[in-house]
Design a protein around this ligand. Structure first.
Ligand SMILES: Nc1ncnc2c1ncn2[C@@H]1O[C@H](COP(=O)(O)OP(=O)(O)OP(=O)(O)O)[C@@H](O)[C@H]1O
Length: 506
């Protein structure tokens, strides 16, 4: 147990006479003379929600104080002890009702072609996840219907839309019939890979990527499936390199992000307008904030909707923690200490600015860590090569910006660090809850366990994290920067379990 005198949390530090929740004048480290914390003033106690998955990564025994953070269920927990016993297999997880991976049906019962089934089994997919089981019968129905589908990160949305695409192609027609759009080149490339894997036994399947630099000028796209980023696809259609006359199906992955961003949203709309023959539009994401959903409903009219409640968006296999750092600059020392302390497997560090990514990468490298950085300033081919190095485990730490916050699937990632809390709005005035969920979702994929650690250092970052935890009803565990023994124990216990069993055997 940590020494309470040494480990005054930021919640305590912001509780000083004269400082209310709306005050902007916070001085880190200033002495506190008031015993109730700012958190106490705004909160009413909320019992942690029971979740069957939580117990799969060990029972968090709270023998200290719980700091409740408001009425919607989010809370910070101090002084946690972990007894990790990981026993559940994927099979067992999939049997648990209420689990996002639960299904009662088999892939065979979903009416898929023998070639697609063969592809799924070759990938070692034994049973569908909930989103796959729920969406596929509706997606494959005749006549085709539009769909807006939401499911937690890492639950297999990609396979759901890829199977639909493969099931709808006319293999005698050698022209593009399906287009899948993603917000980053890396995600588009990854989806292209999933189409190739699931479709590996499908005769006549052709697929092409349409990301910057992939299609030489003048070359026509002949492949049946095209996966790309909106700007490049728009240019290819305009330049008549992309014949859309036989197109049937358009899918937007990370749809809320695509439709929300000004530039991307317009490009997606233009692309859709340039393809008049569409019979099915699919929008998939782990998040659909209400305002974007309204726009999505216009983009994808009369769609069947599969939606999650806010409190169900959280992935229970991800243990979410935070560290209270002494200052913005002081975050680096905490980071270096974390990495010095333990071998973590693969991990991703998210920062706000490209410069921060570069400078942290340089410092960690010079401290002897095996890291790479990637962000929008890198040229396309270089980005592909760096991510590949990380996927292969040749680099263990990836430092990046929000450009890779969504969709990227690297199963060995056992830890995500929010070096900067994600914020939105021009002046960073509001916490970006959706981006938080996508970032931490780079770990804990398809029933695996992982850790996320968010760094806070001042009132603004603390309040932002607090609002995220309330938004989704998340319990955040505080790691004490003055008690590294305990911190090491807690983080290691979860990470060890993610390595030992990846909590299931495939
Ligand atoms: N039925 C299945 N059985 C076993 N593994 C699966 C199954 N479906 C998908 N997976 C695996 O689960 C992982 C996550 O899948 P995917 O990337 O599609 O998640 P997602 O829901 O799109 O997540 P995100 O919201 O982060 O984009 C992938 O490694 C994929 O191969």
């Amino acid at each position: 147990m940590s020494d309470p005198a040494k480990s005054a949390s930021l919640a305590d530090r912001v509780t000083r006479p004269g400082l209310d929740a709306s005050s902007s004048s916070f001085t880190p480290g200033a002495a506190s003379t008031q015993s109730t914390s700012w958190a106490d003033e705004v909160a009413s106690p909320v019992a942690p929600k029971e979740d069957p998955l939580v117990s799969t990564v060990g029972d968090a025994q709270v023998d200290g104080q719980v700091e409740p953070l408001g009425g919607s269920g989010g809370s910070f927990i101090d002084d946690v002890q972990y007894d990790v016993e990981v026993t559940l297999t994927l099979e067992e997880l999939q049997r648990q009702e209420g689990n996002p991976l639960h299904s009662v049906k088999s892939f065979e019962e979903l009416g898929l072609s023998p070639q697609v089934l063969q592809g799924l089994f070759a990938m070692n997919f034994k049973k569908p996840s909930k989103i796959q089981e729920k969406s596929l019968p509706l997606l494959l129905r005749s006549p085709p219907q539009n769909m807006i589908a939401q499911s937690q990160s890492g639950t297999g949305k990609t396979a759901a839309f890829v199977i639909t695409i493969l099931s709808r192609l006319d293999y005698s027609v050698n022209k593009p019939q399906a287009l899948c759009l993603a917000p980053s080149r890396e995600l588009a490339r990854q989806i292209e890979g999933v189409v190739k894997s699931i479709g590996q036994f499908v005769e006549g399947l052709t697929i092409q990527g349409a990301v910057p630099g992939a299609v030489p000028r003048g070359e026509r796209l002949e492949s049946k499936v095209v996966v790309g980023t909106p700007g490049t696809v728009m240019d290819l259609i305009k330049r008549r390199q992309f014949d859309t006359s036989q197109m049937k199906i358009l899918c937007l992955d990370e749809a809320d992000n695509m439709l929300d961003q000004q530039g991307l949203g317009e490009q997606c709309l233009r692309v859709k307008q340039m393809i008049p023959s569409l019979s099915q539009i699919l929008l998939f994401s782990a998040t659909f904030p209400d305002d974007v959903l309204r726009y999505a409903e216009q983009f994808c009219p009369n769609a069947i909707q599969i939606k999650l409640q806010r409190n169900d968006m959280n992935v229970a296999g991800i243990k979410q923690m935070y560290m209270d750092c002494p200052s913005d600059d002081g975050k680096y020392d905490i980071l270096a200490r974390l990495y010095g302390l333990m071998t973590i497997g693969s991990s991703i560090i998210f920062v706000k600015k490209r410069e921060t990514a570069d400078s942290i990468a340089a410092r960690l490298l010079s401290d002897g860590h095996n890291v790479v950085a990637v962000h929008g300033a890198f040229e396309g081919g270089e980005r592909d090569a760096i991510l590949e190095k990380f996927r292969l485990g040749e680099a263990k730490v990836l430092i990046t910006t929000n450009v890779l916050a969504r969709g990227i699937d690297v199963q060995s990632v056992s830890m995500v660090i929010n070096y900067d809390i994600p914020m939105k709005g021009r002046s960073d005035s509001e916490a970006d809850s959706e981006t938080y969920l996508h970032r931490i979702g780079r770990t804990g994929r398809f029933g695996r366990v992982g850790v996320s650690i968010s760094f806070v250092f001042d009132r603004k970052s603390y309040v932002a994290l607090q609002s995220i935890s309330q938004h989704y009803g998340i319990e955040l565990i505080r790691l004490d920067t003055d008690d590294w023994d305990q911190t090491e124990k807690v983080v290691k216990s979860v990470i060890k379990s993610s390595r030992a069993g990846t909590n299931f055997k495939k």
